[in-house]
Design a protein around this ligand. Structure first.
Ligand code: 6R9
Length: 640
């Protein structure tokens, strides 16, 4: 096969410089990555690009020394950018703050110094439980600066989720705050941490950011300390960035998989730093005068990579908002875009769908002409949402980059790349793979799928942003990502590729749901269900939802002595909320006497799904007891 035929896209598209960059990234990869990596500042340059000796534990730029904060901060404060806005923050509470690169640098140094004074050292883990407020990116950067490893827990998660993550990471410090705000209400956070710490003995210190008008926070003597007191203990003194190796861990972020226990995906200073830097340039085309507004929370990878590390490394201005988009009115985001002259906007299909229902007047009442590029992430975007987004926010003109990627990939993998001159968009397609990403679609047998044939997306070679592993569980890293097909990375999504090389991601191929773009494993929900005293067995499936894309439904078998009732259902739902937080939207719980299982005892979720969506159940020959389906059908009919 000639190199030409190896290209993933049809030659009829001449897309300079994308095409040339892509070609070089695969054909001359060593030189390509070297050149790209040298756009960053290194404490000590690397001599080797990729260490493959312990594959699939690939290590990028293994002998280089680099600390991501040098590129996110030090590099800019040496230039005119020291007086440029790095971070703009607004909150539903009415608070707002703008930090220049110089000010952000000082804040990060203050906290870095304080953490050092507390005895926190390179490699120690710091957990944050903070909403979108400046102290969150400051905490991440301060942690990175001293070579510690951060782990962000989304501020909507439960005390149990915090405790599990602290225990898995053996975190020494937790950084939290009094409360967050949501629809005019204060939601306490510190007290959730207190509850979590009852079962999480590794934590030595809790740092609490004090917020206005709140006196309910209880401080534990000796363990808890206020952030403002801590950072003012010593006078200001710059902290040199710890000399971290390119392969030192930067953060752990927990995400759902197919088993009950969330996985600690971890990323490293060098490769992750380079990937977020490059993808921010390639996809969002950010320049000095851009203001980037990403509506994600930093509790997700989207916020890590494209609120904090990507935009700051390229020296852009990043805007973050604490609150929901439809309170006090459904034009909050459009107002922010107008007010701060946002040029690039990044959000999720669920958010678009939830705003569509309020009508077109809301975006119309704002001047959105400053926008250049729109982005979408988290789940496939349906045509209706795409059209609304394009028409009302993009004036039918702006490119919408539909970016496919994962916590594990560190940054965007498939998308249009305006920064490389590739504006090619096709309805419902994510686009072409980014330079360095050798993506393919293969079928169950592991051979390349035909054009437009549904198969599994795989990545055929390592890329700098790839996860370094699963924290404390190397076997799980191999079994989850490198075992389904030999020698390739398996993301767990269905996809098709068309004759022009465009990828269309179709959704998860495993037992993972995407509720409002948030990842949650069905097993994780089932484990919580069976931890409820009356529940003997359960099966959770995802069903389509017009706004959230997908929501969960459970079939539950009760233990002897328990009777189905509305009250019991309510108790079970609140048990789920207590354990998994409010993101898991359970549309319903059906009480059954048996679950459809194979003769070998495997729950046939596929059949439950068909029954619930009123579809043909297809092949039921492996079913142990046909009556289990009849019962489910009957219950659903009664219900409707
Ligand atoms: C960034 C993020 C990853 C999963 C991924 C896929 C789905 C993300 C998508 C998309 C279709 C897109 N996904 N972006 N599906 N089109 N543009 O969401 O990370 O939370 O780890 O989820 O999300 O199923 O495998 P994460």
């Amino acid at each position: 096969m000639s190199q030409e035929e190896n290209l993933p896209f049809n030659e009829k598209y001449t897309l300079p410089p994308y095409k040339e960059t892509y070609r070089r990234s695969l054909e001359d990869s060593e030189r390509f990555w070297k050149e790209q990596a040298l756009e960053l500042e290194w404490t000590k340059p690397f001599s080797k690009v990729l260490d493959e000796s312990n594959a699939p534990f690939y290590r990028w730029f293994p002998d280089g020394l680099i600390n991501i904060t040098q590129n996110a901060l030090d590099r800019h404060v040496k230039t005119w950018k020291t007086n440029k806005a790095a971070l703009i923050w607004e909150s539903e509470s009415g608070e707002s703050r703008t930090l220049t690169y110089g000010q952000l640098f000082n804040e990060v140094n203050r906290l870095a110094r304080a953490l050092k004074d507390l005895g926190i050292k390179k490699g120690d883990r710091i957990l944050t439980y903070l909403p979108l407020m400046p102290e969150l990116p400051i905490s991440l950067l301060a942690s990175a600066r001293i070579g510690a490893v951060h782990s962000v827990v989304f501020s909507g998660f439960s005390h149990q989720a915090i405790a599990d993550r602290i225990n898995d990471a053996k975190a020494k410090v937790v950084i939290t705050t009094d409360y967050t705000v949501r629809r005019g209400k204060k939601i306490p956070l510190k007290q959730v941490v207190d509850e979590a710490l009852k079962q999480a003995p590794s934590v030595e210190k809790v740092i609490v950011v004090k917020r206005p008008h709140f006196e309910d926070t209880k401080m534990t003597e000796g363990r808890d300390v206020y952030y403002h007191e801590l950072v003012s203990r010593t006078g200001y003194k710059k902290v040199e960035a710890e000399e971290t190796s390119s392969t030192d861990p930067l953060f752990i972020l927990y995400t759902s998989g197919t088993t009950g226990k969330p996985k600690g995906i971890f990323h490293l200073h060098g490769g992750y730093g380079l990937w977020t830097y490059l993808t921010t340039k390639w996809v969002f085309d950010l320049h000095d005068n851009d203001v980037f507004f990403n509506t994600a929370d930093i509790g997700w990878i989207t916020g890590h990579s494209y609120i904090v590390y990507g935009p700051l490394q390229v020296g852009a201005t990043t805007l973050m908002y604490e609150g929901v988009p439809d309170y006090p009115n459904p034009d909050k985001w459009w107002e922010l875009i107008e007010k701060y002259n946002v040029t690039v906007f990044y959000t999720s299909p669920t958010a678009i769908r939830s705003l569509m229902k309020y009508g077109e007047e809301w975006p119309k009442s704002h001047d959105l002409n400053g926008l250049r590029i729109l982005g979408s992430v988290g789940e496939p975007i349906n045509p209706e949402a795409w059209r609304w987004y394009s028409k009302n926010i993009g004036h039918n003109e702006l490119p919408i980059v539909d970016t496919w990627w994962q916590t594990e990939t560190g940054g965007i993998m498939i998308s249009a790349t305006p920064g490389l001159g590739n504006y090619m968009l096709k309805p419902s397609a994510n686009g072409l793979p980014l330079p360095g990403v050798e993506a393919d679609v293969i079928n169950e047998e592991g051979t390349r799928a035909k054009d437009r044939e549904k198969g599994y997306i795989v990545i055929r070679r390592p890329w700098p942003g790839m996860l370094a592993g699963v924290w404390g569980d190397p076997d799980r890293y191999i079994s989850t990502y490198w075992s389904k097909f030999k020698g390739v990375y398996y993301p767990g999504d269905y996809a098709v590729k068309d004759e022009d090389g465009f990828f269309f991601i179709l959704g998860r191929a495993d037992e993972v749901l995407k509720i409002a773009g948030h990842r949650i494993g069905t097993r994780e929900i089932e484990d919580v269900l069976i931890s409820f005293p009356g529940v003997a067995e359960s099966a959770v499936i995802g069903v389509p939802d017009p706004v959230r894309g997908e929501v969960a439904v459970a079939a539950v078998v009760l233990k002897q002595g328990y009777e189905p009732s509305e009250n019991l259902k309510k108790q079970i739902l609140s048990h789920i909320k207590d354990n998994l937080g409010s993101l898991v939207i359970m549309k319903d719980i059906y009480f059954v006497t048996k679950l459809p299982k194979t003769r070998s005892g495997k729950i046939m979720r596929r059949l439950i799904k068909s029954v619930l969506s009123g579809q043909q159940t297809g092949d039921t020959s492996t079913l142990e007891d046909e009556t289990s389906l009849d019962e489910l059908k009957k219950i659903i009919n009664e219900f409707e």
